[in-house]
Design a binder for this molecule. Structure first.
Ligand code: CP
Ligand code: NVA
Length: 306
């Protein structure tokens, strides 16, 4: 039976840990120049209905390094943009390729695609979730801290796709997550409710960034206006004004706290130049880790050894 990677919901903590462990091995092998081609002869279709730098390049390079091939598909040059139903696209692509990665707006589209596809589907970001990014973030945390277990994680800013996936992760594995979001911009209540039920780690919501950041090991943020919200930019700049990761804020965290940002970053908005370029920032390692963790995910889903 094929598996999909659409959210953390269908994956156990043990499985997520084994993907992270494999990502560390793959990273080490790459550093040593050890070549491994478990996906020889396999192809990944990559559907992008939103812009991307990291996701596109890391999946494409990842496929190449695993011995496979990736095809970039945008709505403009394909029938997707002319309204071909997603269920038809899913069945046709499944006759050609061995996996599909999709970045789109609604999570329902990804679920529908996966429902009709005979091959594994990977969520490369929706308005609701960004699970591959959080896997890269967790890998970065493990590299810098040895474990995610027992750590205090602060999320500052919008209760967006990134925040929702961090909440899913906190529900599944053992760290404490405090999110500081302005009123009206809090995370998805269903995802929050589900994660609370699992209660593996403690999840708290506040509107005070200083309360969330106090003694934090990890400080995490993202843009104030996500893709698709460009028209709200000006209004959001006003709402999120006090939700910037700056020197004043990181002073209340642990001295060795690490700062994460999935990128792209808007310096002077959600994070200052000083912090993103400063000693606490690990954003370049975090971006690199997309490659290693997605290779591990693709190997798991498409490598024929589920
Ligand atoms: N972090 C992330 O997903 O970046 P891209 O939008 O460049 O893919
Ligand atoms: N929340 C951002 C993440 C970009 C990687 C967005 O959806 O645009």
């Amino acid at each position: 039976m094929k598996r999909d990677f659409l959210s953390f919901k269908d994956w156990s903590r043990e499985e997520l840990d084994s993907i992270l462990k494999r990502a560390i091995e793959l990273k080490d092998m790459r550093r040593k120049g050890v070549v491994s081609h478990p996906l020889t002869g396999k192809t990944l279709a990559m559907i992008f209905e939103k812009s991307s730098t990291r996701t596109r390049v890391s999946f494409e390079v990842g496929m190449f390094e695993l011995g496979g091939h990736a095809i970039f598909m945008s709505p403009r040059e394909t029938q997707i943009g002319r309204g071909e139903p997603v269920k038809d696209t899913a069945r046709v692509l499944s006759r050609y390729v061995n996996g599909i990665m999709i970045r789109t707006f609604s999570q329902e589209v990804v679920e529908e695609l996966a429902g009709y596809a005979g091959v594994p589907v990977i969520n490369g970001l929706t308005d609701l979730l960004h699970p591959c990014q959080i896997m890269a973030d967790l890998l970065t945390v493990i590299e810098k801290r040895g474990t995610y277990e027992g750590l205090k994680v602060a999320w500052i800013g919008d209760g967006n796709n990134m925040a929702n996936s961090w909440i899913e992760a906190a529900g599944k594995i053992g760290f404490d997550l405090t999110l500081a979001c302005p009123k009206g911009y809090t995370p998805n209540p269903m995802i929050l409710g589900e994660a609370h039920k699992m209660a593996t780690g403690k999840i708290r919501l506040t509107s005070d960034p200083f309360e969330a950041t106090k003694d934090a090991d990890i400080i995490n943020t993202d843009v104030w206006a996500s893709m698709g919200q460009e028209e709200e930019q000006k209004e959001r700049e006003k709402v999120f004004k006090g939700y910037q990761i700056n020197i004043e804020l990181i002073k209340v965290a642990r001295k060795d706290a690490i700062v994460l940002h999935c990128l792209p970053a808007h310096r002077g908005e959600e994070i200052t130049e000083e912090v993103i370029e400063g000693p606490n920032s690990v954003v370049w390692d975090q971006a690199e880790n997309r490659l290693h963790v997605q290779k591990a995910i693709m190997e798991k889903l498409m490598g024929g050894n589920l």
